[in-house]
Design a protein around this ligand. Sequence first.
Ligand code: ATP
Length: 599
Amino acid sequence: MKLIRALRLLVSTSVRIAPASSIGCLAETAGVIVSLLNSWMLAVLVAAAARGDVDRMILAAVVLVGQIAVSRVLFLVGMNARMNQLEIVGQEFAGRIAYITATLPTLEPLDDPKYLDQLHILKEQQGALGMAVNTLLNQLNSLVGVICVLTLATAADPRMLFVAAASLPTVLAGPVVARWQARTEAASAEPGRLAQALLGLGIAPAHAGEFRVFGLAGPLRARQAAASRAWRAPMLGLAIKESTLTAATQVVFFGAAAVVIGWMVHDALAGTVGIAAITLSILLVTRLQNVSSEMRAIIGQAASMSRTAGRYLWLVELADRLAVDRPTELTPSGSGLRLSGVCYRYPGADHDAVRSVSLELTPGTVLAVVGENGAGKSTLAELIAGIRTPTSGRVVCAGIDQAAVDPSAWRQQVSAAFQDHVRFEFLVSETVGIGDLPASADSDLVLQAVRAGAAEGVVAAVPRGLDTQLGSAWPDGVDLSGGQWQRLAIARSMMRRTPLVRVLDEPTAALDALTEHQLFDRYAEAARTGRVSGTITILVTHRFSTVAAADLVIVLDHGRIVEQGAHDQLIAANGRYAELYNLQARGYRPTTEPEETIS
Ligand SMILES: Nc1ncnc2c1ncn2[C@@H]1O[C@H](COP(=O)(O)OP(=O)(O)OP(=O)(O)O)[C@@H](O)[C@H]1O
């Protein structure tokens, strides 16, 4: 059932996206039929030679050469079509997997090791998805081969059927090996993921500095080698078991073949079997061995294809399950942002990262979120941005309940800049413009966003301004400093001019003091514009100089709001916020140092 579903999906996709190659592959099957007739023609040639029938010998030789030439051409045409098809269909599925992964509605699956293991196997095996038509054709070729060989074998001598029966263990080993392969894939997924991650760590240019300073190349190499060994160990075990099974099946086959051919030679000496029958039988022993091994390999390919297609369908179903059918049209029926008892727990965690957060923000409010590392600030920002789903509680903006609408529609109304922003190596105008795709080609709007993100300096510093290619790995590409990349990420977040909510999660962490100052002014301006349009700004930050300008400050501790109010109120309350603020205002010193030396 699973196999049929997998085949239906893969074959229909292959025929649809590569019709010419799918038909071209059939040439190989025709080549198989022609080449199988070669053995028969060779037997005719030998028999004619034995009789001294020169005319028949010449005819058989000409036909044989013709058959060989035609079968070669057919093989070549079929093989090229097969390779082409494999490439096209493989790329199609690779693209689909990347697209589905990138459009999963929320981030939760990406935190789940089981999901990541499945995805790892799928990516490792995705080549099998391009092999559907190929595998089917191979099955057809083998079937044709089996029928031809059996017909020829029976015609040569009925005892050859015993040899054919002795090839059954070789074929039946196919499903056994397929089960072993499935277990091996599951056992090597996690160490495989680790080995690849460690390999990626060593190669990434971004890690080059720390690797050298801390001398990490050696230890990483050792770890990577250990992970690779753990990854390969189940595969090695599989190879040993498979070879042993293959050897056993070959012993059975060649044992039976030796007995039958010996028996025929005995009869030939007695004059009851002709030379042509013996020649054909000897040739067919190798053929039989080949087709049975091919069938076994094809059973393995079909099983692997079915497993991989099963994983692909699992990914599609997961995406469908997560993409609950909710309205995509948002009709604001109120104003402001309301969070009621919002909790969030990461998959597999034993405690909530955000606990019972309730908040009411009027349109145009600038909210600052502060707290120590791990307090839950980024998680709260991601919940509001709609890239995570609260485990309980509600988020309502402009009267729209986040849980009642399509997540991507919610995110259309939001803009964001994150501390670990992406360095999109596109043209500068695109890197910024993609913050609002429909407006990305409008250079005036892009320039406005650049100004709002205080990134004019970056645009002025690169050779072709907005048309500069970013990333030194590309022709004429330039690289930027960490702060310059961050300014472009902030500009990107300014592309949507009037979102309901703008989330800025520590966007100034890599910036110098002057740029930060400029940015505060722009934020204030954006917030003022926002007040007109109703945009609510959520600013996660560790810098209290920014916080002071916010309308409302919340202090998070272990996921809870422990204090809230305007900056002046919180300072006056002299609680946790005031403590953190004063600490930063003085400049942090270790508590072991005497107080007098601080100022
Ligand atoms: N992907 C994740 N999976 C599991 N737990 C996570 C994940 N990301 C964060 N956490 C946990 O959730 C808690 C809150 O993390 P969060 O990143 O929201 O804190 P934060 O206040 O933004 O910290 P920082 O100031 O260091 O950026 C932490 O205890 C953290 O260990």
